[in-house]
Design a binder for this molecule. Sequence first.
Ligand code: SAH
Length: 367
Amino acid sequence: MTEQRTPLDAEIRARIARAGPIPIAEFMALCLYDPQHGYYNQRVPFGAAGDFITAPEISQMFGEMIGLWTAQVWRSMGRPAPVALIEFGPGRGTMMRDALRAARAAPEFRRAVRVHLIETSSKLQSQQRRTLSGVDDVALHWHASIDEVPARPCIIVANEFFDALPVRQAERRPTGWHERMVAVDASGALTLTVAHEPLTDLGWKLPAAVAHARIGELFEWRPCKLTIEIARRAAAGGAALIIDYGHLKSATGDTLQAVRSHRYANPLTLPGLTDLTAHVDFEALSKAAEAAGARVHGPVEQGTWLKRLGIETRAAMLEANAPESKRADIAAALLRLTGTGPDQMGSLFKAIAFSAPAIAHLPGFTP
Ligand code: SAH
């Protein structure tokens, strides 16, 4: 059997040969972000022809609900002008396009908005510029990092962004927690292993539910620096909305997932051509945001959140105006976004928000 190899595969092997096994997080960062061969610079992965489909690509209704949410939040903030509307990982730019269109219903808000898109992939930045080319009355800025965005009142949104950030994994052994690494085995293939020495700084950081893990169990976590930065900006006078799939409570388990052409794949094969993600730990997000001084809202299930924002009314309106042949598509999209079945996003995905402590309620988070 001839194994397919990618340019990144060769580079990763060379690195391991030089300096030894690399942590999963480093492997994931190379696979996703390598400027030449990384996944997000290789392809535009979303949509029916890509590897997976995200909520804004399923229906315009998703971005529209985000647009209504941001306009309402702006009113709760006391209508600051200007206000930065910051999106992390905008993908094709579809959600922002639909949100800005929906915000036409709130002209004063739309006039106050300065859009800042945080995107590391130059390929996706170009795609976003194309998608947003029709927006000529709102200032649009692109950045590779939030550090480039001036501190001012802001509303931050991120859909399916955190799941794409590299995770670290460690395995409980009698000697402590050992970081999971990618190595090369005797046959020359990439393989998973654990570091020889235990991590010295993990024990005291573990959530209670994980502290007593059994031997062989895995724990995953992401560095909380970015969550803290987002929460700090929200706490200083604004709000942040994060929607993603994941678990409500910190727990043990391996959720690293590889997807290629809408199918699950081995995370170690075809690096750079395979999407790698892992579940988001909403308890960890919540704790980091509280530590940064923000008020935390939710998490609530995506289906519940969208319904509270009025997605069913919006779907009915679209259906009433659509030709007969399109009505079933609208109903199907609504079900996909809000349904609670295994192939639907309504309960797999959750929404959480952070805000300035003075903002007691945010749309969608209370009945
Ligand atoms: N929000 C979009 C795309 C999700 S995919 C949607 O819902 O369709 C993840 C996106 O985050 C991609 O645009 C990817 O290039 C971007 N991204 C991943 N890691 C990033 C990082 N560290 N900083 C900025 N953007 C990042």
